[in-house]
Write a protein that binds this ligand. Structure first.
Ligand code: GLN
Length: 493
């Protein structure tokens, strides 16, 4: 047995009782990172030298994260350490400051062992578009792990680190967490500072984390949340220690699921064995909720609104991305382009620096932001966003949370046919997690079972600022779902 396979809580106990030292844990974590890199490609940079240097400085012995290794998505700035956002436009950028979440991790005594691969600039959901190559799923190397926080998820799912930091604009923590059989959480918008995060779409971006059980997530969030003057969207402190308040008592809680998403008749012609299994699994999740004393109800939402989530998300996120990324010109960051004047230099840097996928999104974004299209496209998308959030908030007057499957299948194969983006399966089942981003709501995914040894899971979303409640429902449920603490290819710990 290795201490590195345990929960953060047990790892912490082992450190305090001097059964293992931070140095041993970090060295083993670094060794695994190097050993698995060829297989899964989780890291852009394995920061061995820096990690060993940090080890000599850590002090905060009372912190639960003292001496615990972690990994950080490569769109978060790290002082003196390459930060690429997995894009050629930043391929040699070394920030001169730490993102707030990185400073907070350092204060907590956690040791980062590396910067993880993402879909370029966090746009995408496959983990296949980073400039250093594709990330593979530790449960099956022929499958993708999902994205954009692909490397962070693979690092936790394969047992390299017990937790990792990611970002989530539409589902970029939660979707890979489903495919990797681990827990992924994005708290309320503003709960964790985004200072030092390369923005993708600033009204939707959240920093969050991966771990292998819900309590570990709570320990990590306790360490990295809090008000930050450097982020003007940062919330006031809630002064709640989530890890100390999880009790698993969910008796009397009311949750709903959305009828139109869970009506199998809406998927005629799109049903296969995996979809049937996902539905069957969800039935057993509902049953488990009821056994825990929760009330589970069906609620209806206009299917036209639900089917509009994807286009609303794309319209808003591409517009914001176009604007947010306009500072990536090769002047302030990354490789300098060639040319006779500043325009030519920027043109060359951006032409070489961004992949086709990114350029396509910028073209979409520029189109919807064009003066003559703004009212009809950009502002209307904002109105639909508001209609969806209002509807959910209205339901939250009666309910504590809503639950839904986190995907319509297990992790797809790399070669799999591209899913039809106009199918109901895609529009309804694969995109609903963006509701949590539209409304800045706390949202968590936990594993709920397997199909042919590949993980599937569910998503639980609650009222904005009600993070503890969402964590507590997930905490109660994971104890009865039987997938807690799993590491790809190993026994549960
Ligand atoms: N998959 C979504 C996209 O392609 C979400 C990305 C994210 O959350 N960063 O934009």
């Amino acid at each position: 047995m290795s201490y590195l396979d345990l929960s953060i809580e047990k790892m912490h106990e082992a450190i305090i009782n001097e059964k293992v030292t931070p140095e041993e844990l970090v060295k083993e974590s670094l060794q695994r990172a190097k050993d698995y890199q060829g297989e899964y490609n989780s890291f852009v940079t394995i920061t061995e030298k820096e990690a060993l240097g940090e080890l000599t400085k850590i002090e905060n012995k009372d912190s639960y994260l003292y001496g615990i290794p972690c990994a950080i998505k490569d769109n978060l700035s790290t002082k003196g350490i390459l930060t690429t956002a997995s894009s050629n436009i930043l391929k040699d950028y070394i920030p001169c400051f730490d993102a707030t979440v990185v400073s907070k991790l350092k204060e907590s005594g956690s040791i980062s062992i590396g910067k993880t691969v993402l879909d370029e600039l966090a746009m995408g959901g496959t983990g296949t578009t980073g400039h250093t190559g594709i990330v593979r799923n530790p449960w099956n190397k022929e499958r993708l792990i999902g994205g954009s926080s692909a490397g962070s998820c693979a690092a936790v799912a394969s047992g390299i680190v017990p937790f990792a930091i990611g970002s989530d604009t539409g589902d970029s923590i939660r979707k890979p967490a489903i495919y990797g059989g681990i827990v992924g959480f994005k708290p309320t918008y503003g709960r964790i500072s985004r200072f030092g995060l390369f923005p993708f779409a600033c009204s939707l971006d959240h920093v969050g984390c991966f771990a292998r059980n819900v309590k570990d997530i709570a320990y990590v969030v306790d360490a990295i949340k809090g008000h930050d003057d450097k982020d003007m969207t940062s919330l006031e402190n809630d002064n709640v220690k989530y890890s100390a308040r999880l009790d698993g008592n969910v008796k009397g809680k009311k949750v709903f699921y959305i009828k139109e998403i869970m009506d199998i008749n809406n998927y005629e012609g799109e049903i296969d064995k995996e979809l049937e299994e996902v539905f069957k699994n969800f039935e057993s999740v509902k049953e488990k909720c009821r056994e825990l004393g929760m009330e589970v109800c069906e609620e209806s939402i206009d299917i036209r609104l639900l089917k509009a989530i994807f286009s609303t998300y794309m319209t808003i996120s591409c517009a914001e991305a176009t604007s947010n990324n306009s500072n990536l010109t090769g002047i302030q960051f990354g490789p300098r382009g060639e040319g006779k004047n500043i325009e030519e230099i920027m043109f060359d840097a951006r032409t070489k620096g961004f992949s086709e996928l990114i350029k396509r999104r910028f073209v979409l974004g520029s189109y919807v932001l064009q003066k003559e299209n703004q009212e009809k496209l950009f502002l209307n998308a904002g109105r639909i966003r508001r209609m969806i959030v209002d509807k959910i908030n209205q339901l939250f007057e009666k309910y504590d949370a809503f639950i839904l499957p986190g995907s319509s299948s297990t992790a797809p194969e790399f070669q799999s046919e591209n899913i039809d983006k106009l199918s109901n399966r895609y529009l309804l089942l694969e995109n609903h997690m963006a509701i949590g981003n539209f409304g800045g709501m706390p949202s968590i995914t936990i594993p709920s079972g397997k199909i042919d040894n590949m993980p599937i899971g569910i998503c639980i979303t609650g009222r904005a600022k009600d993070d503890l409640n969402v964590l507590n429902i997930a905490y109660a449920l994971e104890n009865v779902l039987g997938c807690k603490g799993q590491i790809a290819g190993k026994e549960n710990k």
